[in-house]
Ligand binder design. Structure first.
Ligand SMILES: N[C@@H](CCC[C@H](N)C(=O)O)C(=O)O
Length: 326
């Protein structure tokens, strides 16, 4: 079977985008999982952090689903939503749209360039909840705000939230960021364990200066990625809660793949986050897949380069130069 795809990335968190809406690929969730497992493999196949599936929607301009590279489905992916948002807007010839995701219908819109020559999209990250049952995190309390988790780390304090995928965040020093702490505890909470039965995305946050943070995330279902959009959104919210940053103000969030901008809106106890950043298309291709064959991908052809990466590298150089100050 021939399937069209676009390789794309948000902050170098990279995806394969497959539009099922005009073509009857007859994918079911087993096939979507198998495609994610096979095609995301960086050693033997195309390589990516996940697959974005675009599907028809009865309630929005399109439906969007995200499968991690380990074949599990996530309720949300922020960097992927910017890419999906761009794809849907360009396909429909519009500047904004609503995309149906597993737990919410979310607004996406074309945005002024975050850096010269970079296609930029703003996406809504919502709903946000701090109830531990929503992650889930099995502790005998309702929320976890800047607290220790017994058995996880003696030195770090954590905040847990779902946006709506689950996140565990902690604000760290440069020394803690450079240590093995993040790997050790992320592996622990993403293998079968009593605290997080569904796993969790673990972010280490470094406060750089007012209005600017660095976030590195070990993603559930993937491992370390260059960036995680929902994690950067959740982390920005946590820094506002701790009075390190301000509500409603743009915060620059640096990551290992570049930088994005987040703004957190607070109305009473309700939070929404704007995530603004690149939606970069790398190449488009047609692939031949056979689900009965090991590795599934049998041939890839008609590859076309979008030539957007050279400009993106300039954003990365700018981000690296800024980070070298800290
Ligand atoms: N990279 C994503 C998040 C993808 C899903 C995540 N690994 C999960 O399982 O919750 C992002 O940009 O938000």
């Amino acid at each position: 079977m021939l399937i069209d795809l676009i390789k794309c990335h948000g902050s170098n968190n990279d995806f394969l985008l497959i539009d099922e809406s005009d073509r009857n690929y007859q994918l079911d969730d087993f096939k979507r999982r198998d495609l994610a497992l096979a095609l995301c493999d960086r050693e033997n196949s195309l390589g990516a952090d996940g697959i974005l599936f675009i599907r028809p929607s009865k309630v929005a301009e399109a439906q969007y689903r995200i499968f991690n590279s380990d074949g599990t489905e996530a309720s949300m992916c922020g960097n992927g939503l910017r890419c999906a948002g761009r794809y849907v807007c360009e396909k429909l010839g519009v500047e904004e749209a609503v995309i149906e995701t597993l737990k919410a219908n979310l607004k996406v819109r074309k945005h002024e360039e975050i850096f010269s020559g970079i296609p930029t999209y703003q996406v809504e990250i919502s709903p946000v909840t701090f109830h531990l049952k929503d992650l889930p995190l099995n502790l005998e309390q309702d929320t976890l705000l800047q607290e220790k988790i017994p058995g996880l780390s003696d030195e770090l304090t954590f905040t847990a939230l779902a946006v709506p995928n689950p996140h565990l965040t902690t604000i760290v020093s440069k020394e803690q960021l450079d240590s093995n702490l993040q790997t050790e505890l992320s592996v622990k909470v993403n293998q079968p364990n009593d605290l997080f039965p569904d796993g969790v995305n673990v972010s280490f946050i470094r406060l750089l200066e007012k209005g600017s943070i660095f976030v590195r995330t070990y993603e559930r279902g993937v491992g370390y990625t260059n960036a995680c959009g929902t994690a950067m959104s959740a982390s920005t919210l946590v820094t506002c809660l701790m009075n390190e940053n301000e509500w409603e103000q743009p915060i620059d969030v640096y990551n290992n793949g570049g930088m994005v901008r987040c703004a957190v809106h607070k109305k009473g106890d309700t939070f929404t986050i704007d995530l603004i950043g690149n939606a970069t298309f790398v190449y488009s291709a047609k692939m031949d897949v056979d689900f009965t064959v090991d590795g599934i991908l049998t041939e890839i052809f008609e590859q076309e380069n979008f030539h957007e990466d050279a400009q993106y590298e300039k954003l990365q150089e700018h981000a690296k130069k800024y980070l070298s100050r800290f």
